[in-house]
Design a protein around this ligand. Structure first.
Ligand SMILES: [Zn+2]
Length: 359
């Protein structure tokens, strides 16, 4: 067996007997999964490619333009400002005369919003699931926009490439990188985010992803496929994901490979957590959050009261809104670490809840 990314035979296989969830509504999609990890390039990928192909056919079937209010509500915010606004303000200093490509985005509202930030610019959104091109011209900023599923329509070299949270689904990533190479030139900068299994190990349980990225895995993956210098950006507005920048005017440097074995480490972590939770002997306990972390914990908790969240989450059904809970003495478990845990803690204290703990 060889690594699909770098052809190395130094490859490690591991089976995970855990429930794996959909990234959309966290419903269970499969009860075990097998992954490969390359010891040389550190890439981790699912062996269930046929299963994923079938799944993607359903998820990414051609649809009409996703539009209006729904998608804007799903855009993550930091300090009540949409993430991409922080991104434009912080990372892109010159906002004039650019060609921008957002690969894997089909939101009309976001496209229109983007066009207000730039002048004399051309903005391309590419998404596989678009059935018909959508064109938009912003008179005020003289910026032309298009949403398309036809790569031929992207007929210029691109200055700013954006790939937010989609790389992990690309079964056919080689053709993606081929296209990116064709559209890049010396001034191109590419910004990529993916879920980070370093920052949140439960992201590993998103069963519809093909690739799993640690920080070092993402850098190696990008450098191997694009041959350009890649670095990780540390930003507080994007602290829960891997955030990488590829600079097309510099070739990649040689890196010393570190010995890591993420698959074993994550498997051990999930095992220990599931045992720890099974052995808890608590009164009725609520779990904070409506994402994969909380679903994992809920499965093993014996006296589970339900999920709670401080924000409306339209993609899941069963949970209670924090503001609607009047008994401030209920027991709440928080399955998050670091910055995210501190944020939740602050919210609970502010809302006068007394009994909560981290797991
Ligand atoms: Zn490899």
């Amino acid at each position: 067996m060889y690594c699909k990314n770098c052809n190395s035979s130094n490859i490690f296989k591991k089976k995970f007997n855990f429930d794996f969830y959909s990234h959309r509504d966290f419903s269970k999609i499969i009860s075990s999964n097998t992954y490969l990890e390359c010891r040389d390039c550190k890439i981790i990928y699912s062996m269930k490619t046929l299963f994923l192909k079938r799944l993607y056919k359903k998820i990414f079937a051609k649809k009409k333009l996703v539009t209006k209010s729904k998608d804007i509500e799903l855009i993550p915010k930091f300090n009540d400002v949409n993430i991409y606004q922080h991104f434009f303000n912080k990372e892109i200093k010159n906002k004039n005369n650019l060609r921008i490509l957002d690969y894997g985005n089909s939101s009309i509202n976001q496209l229109k919003d983007y066009s207000n930030f730039f002048y004399n610019t051309k903005i391309f959104f590419y998404d596989i699931a678009i059935s018909k091109d959508y064109l938009f011209y912003n008179k005020k900023t003289n910026t032309k926009c298009i949403i398309t599923s036809n790569l031929k329509k992207i007929d210029q070299k691109i200055d700013i490439m954006i790939s937010f949270n989609s790389l992990q689904y690309y079964l056919n990533y080689k053709s993606f990188f081929k296209f990116i190479k064709r559209k890049s030139y010396l001034k191109t900068k590419m910004y990529i985010t993916t879920p980070s299994i370093d920052i949140n190990k439960y992201f590993f349980l998103l069963g519809d992803e093909y690739l799993k990225f640690s920080k070092i895995g993402l850098i190696n993956f990008l450098e191997k496929n694009l041959n350009k210098e890649t670095k990780l950006l540390k930003r507080n507005y994007l602290s829960t994901v891997n955030f990488a920048l590829v600079n097309f005017n510099k070739n990649k440097k040689l890196r010393k490979a570190k010995k890591v074995n993420k698959l074993d480490a994550i498997h051990k972590y999930l095992n220990q957590k599931s045992l720890q939770i099974k052995n808890l002997n608590l009164k009725k306990t609520f779990i904070f959050g409506t994402r994969v972390n909380s679903y994992f914990i809920a499965k093993y908790l014996s006296n589970f009261g339900g999920l709670i969240d401080d924000q409306i989450n339209k993609t899941v059904k069963k949970y209670r809104l924090l503001d609607k809970i009047y008994d401030k003495d209920i027991l709440i478990m928080i399955p998050y670490m670091g910055i995210k845990y501190n944020m939740i803690k602050k919210i609970l204290i502010k809302k006068k809840f007394k009994n909560f703990f981290q797991i």
